[in-house]
Design a protein around this ligand. Structure first.
Ligand code: PBG
Length: 322
């Protein structure tokens, strides 16, 4: 009788050897935790489509950040939700806006690395990611506002800015304005490959940023496109991006892999709200094992080639790896 010569099972016999040959290991250093800041005091309101995710006022955000640090996490990405929204998203670049105040308060109370989302959709009355002209977002007008927003975040003390608007040329104008104002050391993590995805649904409730008319398909990418992802990433690289992001993550692991193989910059992936909510819904029904599904999903994103993962599961991972 012919026996197998190759026996893959030898290296799977127990947890010790499995750990020794493990190719991908998730670490807390890989994770960036998103937080939603609202105006006011004493507010901690759960997002109904995202269990355990909250909109918080600055006092509670600071408490949360202290807790995150205690858990061993080191980085957050902040989304600001102002009370006042208008056509030009003026709170986005108000040096005393909710996000700017939050950055200062977190800096005073923790050593966390603060990344800010640079976009107009949480700040505009129409919910689009830029300035509207003739019924659509006007690219070149929007650039000026995004640059002002990024500068305002940097002045408030942000460690890194992350433009998520998908306007052409925004990395270049943000790099320019930062450099002109003495912030040449602030990196740009660009949402380079951002698809027009249905998986952002729950986020739009969390960030109160649902477009009031139309959708985002004239600026976010068509989910069917793969080569276009490489072009978008290349534009951002040439404009000065320091980190390239793919978003969403799980339905786009092939794209993460493509970027990993094509570029030598760090790659980030955003494990978005819909990915989170789907898992949490299954968990709440008792249909899947929460900890194992979380670790498997995030490990697969890293295995695909992401160095950094933005995820609402970051605290859970801290608990699991505890
Ligand atoms: C835009 C932005 C969005 C997300 C991050 N930045 C939403 C959008 O483009 O509609 C989505 C993140 C998520 O779904 O978790 N400022």
């Amino acid at each position: 009788m012919a026996y197998p010569i190759e026996r893959g099972r030898r290296l799977r016999r127990n947890e010790k050897i499995r750990r020794m040959v493990r190719e991908t290991v998730l670490s807390l250093d890989d994770l960036i935790y998103p937080l939603f800041v609202v105006e006011g005091e004493g507010i901690k309101k759960e997002v109904s489509s995202m269990p355990d995710v909250y909109q918080m006022s600055i006092d509670n955000i600071v408490k949360e950040c202290i807790e995150l640090e205690r858990l061993g996490l080191q980085s957050i990405i902040l989304f600001g939700i102002p009370n006042h929204k208008d056509e030009l998203g003026s709170e986005a670049y108000n040096d005393n806006g909710v996000i700017q105040q939050a950055i200062r308060a977190i800096k005073q109370n923790t050593g966390l690395y603060i990344i800010t989302d640079v976009c107009m959709c949480e700040y505009t009355s129409h919910g689009h990611c830029g300035i509207i002209k003739d019924g659509d977002v006007d690219n070149d007008t929007t650039l000026k506002y995004l640059a002002m927003e990024a500068l305002s975040h940097a002045k408030a003390g942000a460690d890194m800015v992350a433009p998520s608007d998908m306007m052409d040329g925004r990395v270049a104008v943000i790099r320019d304005i930062l450099d002109d104002n003495g912030f040449e050391h602030i990196p740009i993590m660009s949402y380079s490959v951002k698809y027009a995805s249905a998986f952002y649904g729950p986020f739009r409730e969390a960030a109160e940023s649902t477009p009031q008319f139309g959708d985002r398909r004239s600026y976010q990418m068509d989910p069917a496109n793969r080569r276009e992802a490489l072009r978008e990433a290349r534009y951002d690289l040439e404009e000065g991006a320091d980190i390239l992001m793919v978003k969403p993550a799980l339905p786009y692991l092939d794209i993460i892999r493509d970027l990993r193989e094509t570029f030598d910059l760090p790659i980030a992936a955003y494990n978005v709200s819909g990915e989170y909510s789907m898992i949490m819904a299954a968990v709440r029904n008792g249909w899947v094992d929460k900890d194992r599904v979380i670790m498997e999903s995030l490990t697969s994103i890293k295995r695909a080639g992401a160095d950094l993962i933005l995820t609402y599961f970051a605290k859970e991972v801290a608990r699991i790896l505890g």
